[in-house]
Write a protein that binds this ligand. Structure first.
Ligand code: GLY
Length: 342
């Protein structure tokens, strides 16, 4: 097992290893002597909820559980209010605990509930997807969507602990695992030539504990440098300006991970000295490296994105593996930049 300490505004550990779900109860009992609400979804519940319940119950904690529909639509004001009402009806207090057992949707929603119910209750993130282990469970971004856009309401709220049980990756559908691989490759391009080489050598059969730990360490470093996303943290958005356009234009039928893969490949073609290696690695993981949508369409979608600021848009420019910089591009140049990426 590896442990990464995240010394953010709340200092906490991210534990990465095999069989960690069994230690949930003992870990939770260090945070609360009261009750626990486990929030999960209908895909994860049949696989891991019983084990989570047993571990918490055996640690002497009172346990309530709720299983919500799987999918992005659950990250909504409706389910946010449902969870708040449940906590209020059960008279949860600030010394009780929330556990988010699932992927990014469950983590973001439960995190936002934890941030706001009684102005903050403790939270343990138990991510069960690769994407949530390497990205969304670490760093304290929580949010729900509005009909007008994704993640429009949220808070920065650090968890008290993140438990990444790598055994839960064994049951992930192939496409969901691939989505996480796109974020892993993104992290390697941003920060880590050695990680990039490991992925080239091992493909999808990579060493999970090593790779997830490396990604969490990089994310920790970025979050601690810029917890509230005013500068450096925006580097984590490599490929995301184009990706958001692709997701939006596809009516969200193309997943975030696949869109990030295409966006990253296009930014590499537009700027990177090592574009061939980047594109080849994404292809090795069966991820898309281009899109059917045109540059003008993607530019318009990107400019509607919340990352625009006046007459410029900030892009993460990959000059080389391990050398990615934030650069402001005039709005009028964005279409030409995207055009270079095909
Ligand atoms: N997922 C990007 C961030 O945490 O900033």
């Amino acid at each position: 097992m590896n442990t990464v300490r995240v010394p953010a505004s709340r200092s906490y550990e991210v534990k990465i290893g095999s069989g960690l779900l069994q230690s949930l109860g003992a870990e939770a009992a260090r945070i609360t002597k009261g009750r626990v609400l486990v929030v999960t979804d209908e895909n994860v519940a049949p696989l891991y909820l019983a084990a989570a319940y047993r571990s918490l119950h055996e640690a002497g904690l009172g346990v309530c559980t709720i299983s919500l529909p799987a999918g992005e639509a659950t990250k909504s004001p409706e389910y946010y209010l449902k969870l708040l009402n449940l906590l209020a009806e059960k008279q949860f207090t600030r010394s009780d605990l929330l556990v988010a057992l699932g992927g990014g949707v469950i983590g973001d929603l439960t995190g936002f509930v934890a941030a706001t119910y009684l102005r903050g209750v403790p939270l343990i993130q138990v991510p069960t997807t690769l994407l949530s282990m390497v990205d969304s469970s670490v760093g304290g971004k929580t949010a729900i969507d509005l009909p007008t856009g994704k993640n429009l309401v949220g808070a920065f709220y650090q968890p008290s602990l993140v438990l990444c049980d790598i055994d839960s990756l064994n049951t992930l559908p192939e496409e969901v695992f691939s989505d996480g691989c796109a974020e892993v490759i993104k992290t390697a391009i941003l920060f880590d030539r050695e990680l990039f080489a490991h992925l080239q050598e091992r493909g999808k059969d990579f060493d999970r504990e090593y790779v997830i730990s490396a990604c969490v360490r990089h994310k920790r470093d970025v979050v601690c440098a810029d917890e509230f996303d005013r500068g450096e943290r925006q580097k984590l958005n490599l490929g995301h300006t184009i990706a958001h356009g692709i997701e939006k234009e596809s009516g969200y039928l193309i997943s975030h991970g696949r869109a990030v893969a295409a966006g990253t490949a296009m930014m590499a073609r537009a700027y990177c000295k090592e574009k061939a290696a980047v594109v080849a690695l994404l292809q090795q993981f069966n991820l898309p490296v281009t899109t059917e949508f045109s540059a003008p369409t993607l530019a318009i979608a990107a400019l509607a994105d919340k990352k625009r600021s006046g007459d410029t848009v900030t892009l993460v420019v990959p000059h080389a593996i391990g050398d990615c910089r934030l650069e402001k591009v005039p709005v009028s140049d964005l279409e030409a930049v995207i055009q270079r990426g095909y």
